[in-house]
Design a protein around this ligand. Structure first.
Ligand code: BES
Ligand code: MN
Ligand code: ZN
Length: 502
């Protein structure tokens, strides 16, 4: 794993494989960003010109390498783009992305120093987190590891702020969140023949031991005894039986109690309502919600936040077989409600319903569920934005705002009352697991809402779009699992811990 620290060393005298500086798009060509002054000096005023000649524009995603001149001890200078030049400080997300590009571009280097804008604690945290996330590469199944290139061994964030308490705390936050996000990415990227409900539960138990979290696992027998018809119904077709995992972090002076519920379908074939070819190749990512809530509770513990957080992982594998749930079957969910399964591919809401009811029994102040729930949400918002629904408008606005603060794209979505009818009309059960096709992401949200206990604030993040990145890497986002929603959950918990409305 990559080591990361803040350093006040002078950029010029630092021995490193590479020195990273920021460049931006000014009105008259490229502009050097703060932090790179010493490097510019070593180029005797010619740096911008040299970089422009090599094709640098300052645009986001730019990465231009130059051999270091004699005045520097580093071997190489890498200039990364920050986008449009701004006065008075670059946005944290621009810094995260640029640092991510740098860490990705320099894979294979032993030691990299980042001379990006990093004066405020917020900037230090952004550079640190972006760089850590940018080091990520998934090489578990490759004979030559990550294409033969190890992630950067050591990252130094250069800042004059070292030693100040807030910069140290900022780096600690970046390391805890970055490492847990990278672990969540590993879970999402793991092949579904390795990661199943049982092995996921075992990983949660091991992490619980490592970090001092309380972990309880309900296996298929316990689920049967408890009446968890949703989890059992979805898991019925698989040789790998379902699990409900509870991971609890408590703080003696907790300011709030939060329940995070994650959809953990370790593989979604669709079940008897089988997905057509072309729609199931990436369905190992259907446990990204469970990975996110798991990463968030571990990060909350590592940061010692003054808040109680319980993560609920609703784990099952959705497969077709002679024992699988049929379209037409009726399931009795945890808590007693009955559901007619009209489409076995609408399985996420079934496992989540059980977990939401169970989470509600512990009377948390808030339940937030995270799920790769609907293709409809991808149609609505695209591949990089998650939808936020809630039974409380203020909570929905808060989560949307928090997501924006940490650089996650989200958008508030409604739960229109008239769409509820389609799920409740003309069925032999209390509900059907499908309603109208139009607004399918909202229908799914309305279904979940039915299982939230009276008086509990609840929000639902549909991360089907951003959970898994299939296109070329950008910024700090690699191909594959992204760990979408982790930062939003952690910041939400931080705000609650600080007594903010969050
Ligand atoms: N896991 C899928 C949703 C999904 C699709 C996630 C694409 C990520 C990428 C979910 O279980 C599903 O199949 N949803 C159906 C619901 C429908 C049958 C009501 C869908 O969206 O088509
Ligand atoms: Mn499905
Ligand atoms: Zn699914």
């Amino acid at each position: 794993m990559t080591a990361l620290s803040v350093s006040t060393s002078a950029a010029a005298s630092l021995r490193a494989d590479a020195l990273v500086i920021g460049v931006a798009k000014g009105s008259k060509g490229i502009v050097l960003a703060p932090g790179g002054e010493a490097v510019a000096e070593a180029f005797e005023g010619k740096l911008a010109e040299v970089l422009a000649t090599l094709g640098a524009t300052g645009a986001e995603g730019d990465a231009v390498k130059v051999p270091a001149p004699a005045g520097l001890k580093a071997a190489l200078v890498l200039a990364v783009g920050l986008g449009d030049a701004v006065e008075g400080g670059y946005a944290p997300e621009a810094l995260r992305r640029a640092a991510g590009v740098a860490a990705r571009t320099l894979a294979g280097s032993k030691k990299v120093a980042l001379a990006l804008p990093a004066e405020s604690a917020e900037e230090v945290e952004a550079v640190a987190l972006g760089a850590l996330l940018g080091t990520y590469a998934y090489g578990t199944y490759k004979s030559n590891g990550n294409g033969g290139k190890e992630p950067v061994g050591e990252l130094l964030v250069l800042s004059t702020r070292k030693g100040s308490k807030d910069a140290k705390a900022a780096v600690e936050r970046a390391v805890a969140v970055g490492e847990e996000m990278n672990r969540a990415r590993d879970l999402i990227n793991a092949a579904p023949n390795d990661l199943n409900p049982k092995s996921f539960a075992a990983i949660a138990q091991a992490a619980g031991k490592e970090h001092g979290l309380k972990v309880e696992v309900l296996d298929e027998k316990a689920l049967l005894k408890g009446g968890f018809g949703g989890l059992l119904g979805v898991g019925n077709g698989s040789a790998n039986p379902p699990r409900l995992v509870k991971v609890a972090y408590t703080h003696p002076k907790a300011k709030a109690t939060l329940a995070f519920v994650g959809k953990g379908i370790t593989y979604d074939s669709g079940g008897i309502s089988l997905k057509p070819a072309g729609h199931n190749e990436t369905m190992k990512c259907d446990m990204a919600g469970a990975a996110a809530v798991f990463a968030a509770v571990v990060a909350a513990k590592r940061l010692g936040l003054q808040v109680n957080v319980t993560a609920w992982l609703a784990l099952a594998e959705n497969m077709p077989s002679g024992t699988a749930t049929r379209p037409g079957d009726v399931l009795r969910m945890y808590g007693g409600k009955t559901v007619e399964v009209l489409n076995t591919d609408a399985e996420g809401r079934l496992v989540l319903a059980d977990a939401i009811v169970r989470a509600g029994e512990e009377n948390p102040d808030v339940i937030v569920d995270v799920a790769t729930l609907t293709g409809a949400m991808i149609l609505a918002l695209g591949n990089r934005t998650f939808g936020v629904m809630a039974n409380n408008d203020e909570l929905r606005a808060d989560l949307h705002a928090v997501a924006g603060e940490v650089g996650e794209q989200s958008w508030p979505m409604p739960l229109p009352a008239e769409l509820r009818k389609g799920m409740t009309e003309s069925t032999i059960a209390d509900l059907a697991n499908m309603g109208e096709r139009m607004g399918g992401g909202l229908v799914a949200g309305l279904f979940l809402k039915e299982f939230v206990a009276e008086g509990i604030d609840w929000a639902h993040l549909d991360i089907a779009g951003p959970a898994f990145h299939e296109a070329a890497p950008f910024g700090y986002t690699p191909r594959g699992g992204t760990a979408s929603a982790v930062r939003t959950l952690v910041r939400f918990a931080e705000q609650k811990a600080a007594g903010g409305k969050g």
